[in-house]
Design a binder for this molecule. Structure first.
Ligand code: SF4
Length: 568
């Protein structure tokens, strides 16, 4: 393909931290949202990014969102007018003829949910690596010289509006939401030299506007579902219509990824258990789920199939499904831990939102997460669900939200109690600080700054990190290095940044003598209290939900013991 040396009409790009397939594990990308750029000089992580390009300079692998925009534009413009490249090749494609540059933005300013704790723990001005990499695009000399229109889309596009960074970054337009239905019009306007609206909030794309591009995307992402339906108050994906994409179309996309050199296929979903769901949607359609994963994994050339987001209640509804998915997918996991009972020590790691240990707060904010069970049994649902997952070598990444609007000290104590009940389980915890997301029921809630966190909230965050560290960092020297790092950070900086409430939680993470620090903390790890093992009680099923009798559960062919037990 020959490209005009004067520049290509439309150029699409993304920060290298979003295009990398590092370690074939999507969770590894999260590190770039967590580590402040000023503590990680570029030469240290650049070699891991390895942005792959074809000999003509176009990108081999970029985030799915860019592939969707490319797909839309290529339908209406000749192939030589649309190019997708990595930032390192922008100079080759941006020139006087370039009318618009589309940029994928996942965390362009560094104010995403996770960043609230992970980067800002080092100070409120700490910019995470992926935000720093984004800024390198906006300030790229070719963009500054030729001044094409800059159009930003993606999960983090809202950050540009929220921080009013348009002028500083030279951004003309941000698309907040799904872009399929509006992107062509915006690029056409840019092509005609017209002014663009600063913010576009597209309506949800119609079903006929959904696209499954036949090009390689980072980690081989294919969207298996959209929407959710559990209606958590802080969540935006639940605002979308719940849709499962057609299995044949998805398998075509898998083949296209493999043809272009991809080895990893990552079927993404807000909840993998709603794929192909019928009514009620919270009862997994085991046949559809297994058929889909089997079809993906059996495409020749697919080596890795990570799991996306999931909810915990389906593990109790149908433990047999978890077992079957393990049989199918464990050998396609890149993740290994000595705690796995698999012969090659592989494990699966979906991301599961636990969010709180307080049934009161859970009932207020996310009662649908427990369905078909009663949210009042939230702790027992979580404990029993995790046990089922762990037995099948699923060691999930579990998120908690600290500082949900209305959270009391007692709610945090209950989250700590839950953490304690789970202390022997195999879990990687990702606590984050509540961030209000637009259009959600909690859009007007206030997000806390790290300096505002209470001692109990810090105890929760750092105890969760400590439990994660002890489970996941198995090499003694590395484990010790993390702990010593916290000592160093606390004395050099943390105590000034976060105040006295940070002290004992930080010392727990650092491995200080529990006999000395336990009197200052809620959870007593020195055995003086709170060390009882509380077995989970069978959670109550909601007797009838939306007119569907729970007896329907018993008709499921592979329904497990847990669900049957509660029916008795
Ligand atoms: S279960 Fe997850 S995706 Fe669904 S509404 Fe709740 S937070 Fe959102």
């Amino acid at each position: 393909m020959g490209y005009d040396p004067q520049g290509v009409r439309f150029v699409l790009t993304a920060p290298e931290t979003e295009s990398t397939e590092q370690g074939f594990s999507p969770w590894k990308q999260m590190v770039y949202a967590s580590v402040p750029a000023r503590f990680a000089p570029r030469f240290l992580y650049k070699k891991h990014l390895n942005p792959e390009s074809y000999p003509d300079g176009t990108a081999k692998v970029v985030p799915l969102g860019l592939r969707i925009v490319e797909d839309v534009l290529r339908e209406h413009y000749p192939a030589e007018d649309v190019v997708v490249c990595h930032p390192s090749n922008l100079r080759q494609f941006v020139g006087p003829r370039t009318r618009a540059v589309g940029v994928a933005a996942h965390n362009p300013i560094g104010v995403a949910f996770s960043t609230g704790v992970y980067s800002n723990i080092f100070g409120s001005t700490a910019v995470p690596i992926n935000a720093y990499e984004s800024e390198r695009i906006y300030t790229h000399p070719a963009l500054r010289k030729y001044r094409p229109k800059v159009i930003v889309g993606g999960a983090g596009a809202w950050q540009i509006e929220k921080t009013n960074s348009f002028d500083r970054l030279g951004v003309d337009c941000t698309i907040v939401g799904r872009a399929e239905g509006v992107v062509l019009d915006l690029f056409r306007k840019a092509d005609a030299g017209e002014e663009l609206p600063r913010v576009v909030r597209p309506p949800e794309p119609r079903l006929d506007q959904l696209r499954v591009p036949a090009r390689r995307a980072t980690y081989g992402v294919v969207e298996m579902t959209r929407g959710c339906g559990r209606q958590c108050a802080f969540c935006s994906p639940t605002l979308e219509t719940r849709v499962s994409l057609d299995q044949d179309a998805l398998v075509e996309a898998v083949r296209a990824n493999v043809r272009e050199g991809g080895r990893c296929i990552f079927p993404v979903s807000e909840d993998i258990f709603i794929y192909g769901a019928r009514q009620p949607f919270y009862i997994p359609n085991a046949d559809a789920i297994l058929s889909f994963y089997e079809a993906v994994a059996s495409v020749p050339g697919v080596d890795f199939v990570p799991l996306s987001h999931a909810t915990i209640a389906p593990a109790l509804v149908n433990p047999h499904l978890i077992q079957e998915m393990s049989k199918l997918l464990l050998r396609f996991s890149v993740l290994k831990n000595p705690a796995s009972t698999h012969p090659d020590k592989q494990f699966l790691s979906p991301l599961i939102g636990i969010e709180t240990g307080s049934a009161r707060l859970a009932a207020q904010t996310m009662s649908g997460k427990a369905l078909p069970f009663d949210i009042r049994d939230w702790q027992d649902i979580v404990v029993e669900g995790i046990q089922i997952l762990n037995r099948n070598n699923w060691f999930p990444v579990c998120t908690f939200i600290v500082g949900l609007p209305g959270e009391t000290e007692d709610d945090v104590r209950q989250s700590l109690d839950l953490l304690h009940r789970l202390r022997h389980n195999k879990i990687l915890y990702v606590p984050s600080i509540f961030t209000p997301l637009e259009d959600t029921r909690m859009a007007h809630g206030r997000g806390l700054k790290p300096r505002e966190l209470t001692k109990l909230q810090w105890e929760f965050i750092l105890t969760a990190w400590r439990q994660s560290l002890d489970f996941s960092v198995v090499r003694k020297r590395s484990n010790l290095a993390w702990k010593l790092g916290m000592y160093g950070f606390y004395y050099a900086r943390g105590r000034w940044l976060h105040g006295p409430q940070f002290k004992y939680p930080a010392l727990r993470f650092a491995g200080a003598d529990e006999k000395k620090i336990s009197p200052h903390l809620y959870l007593k790890w020195d055995g003086s209290n709170g060390t009882r093992d509380i077995p989970p009680k069978p959670p109550r099923l909601i007797a009838k939900h939306q007119g569907v009798a729970v007896e329907e559960l018993a008709k499921l062919p592979s329904n497990g013991a847990a669900a049957l037990r509660v029916l008795q």
